[in-house]
Design a protein around this ligand. Structure first.
Ligand SMILES: [Zn+2]
Length: 174
């Protein structure tokens, strides 16, 4: 388990980092936003050990960021869905992506672009859609590869909306 490095700080940034500050956690959430949400697929995608992934997933489920769901019995196979609380990290990951595009750009262009699901317009900073000129909600963001995506890092298809647990984030907190 993650140590509570910031427990003596009264700061919401520090409290958030207790949950998602470990280096794999936001990458796991990123992959689930891309629709990669089954254990074995996450192992392959992230290049993470099964033990570390298992620990991170348990932590994120305990915190109500993810919900675990068995999709196959005998042998049991699980997938992980974003709760509303987890979906709230979409802008965090998007802004990290844009920050990286800005300060550490690929020569060919951004590896991935964000699209507004209802209209297909490009989502820009401040979560504004250039297609329909409206504010974009976290659950309305889908992605496709951009010009900088290396061929060995995935296909060029549009990703559908991420899998979401509709039971809401409050379930694990009562
Ligand atoms: Zn739009």
């Amino acid at each position: 388990m993650l140590g509570r490095y910031f427990s003596d700080q009264t700061c919401s940034v520090a409290r958030s980092l207790e949950v998602v500050g470990e280096r794999w956690s936001l990458l796991i959430v990123r992959d689930i936003l891309l629709g990669i949400n089954r254990f074995d697929d996450l192992v392959s995608s992230l290049g993470i050990t099964r033990t570390v992934l298992s620990n991170r997933l348990h932590h994120l489920v305990d915190e109500g960021v993810l919900e675990k769901r068995v999709y196959q019995n005998g042998p049991n196979r699980s997938e992980y869905l974003l709760t509303d609380k987890g979906m709230g990290l979409t802008p965090v990951i998007a802004h990290l992506m844009w920050w990286g595009d800005s300060h550490y750009p690929e020569a060919e262009g951004p590896p991935r672009v964000l699209l507004h699901h209802p209209c297909g317009g490009a989502v820009s900073g401040r979560f504004f859609c250039s297609g329909c000129a409206s504010q974009v909600e976290p659950g309305e963001v889908m992605t496709r590869s951009g010009p900088g995506l290396r061929k060995d890092h995935g296909d060029c298809a549009e990703r559908p909306l991420p899998p979401v647990a509709r039971t809401g984030s409050a379930a694990g907190e009562s």
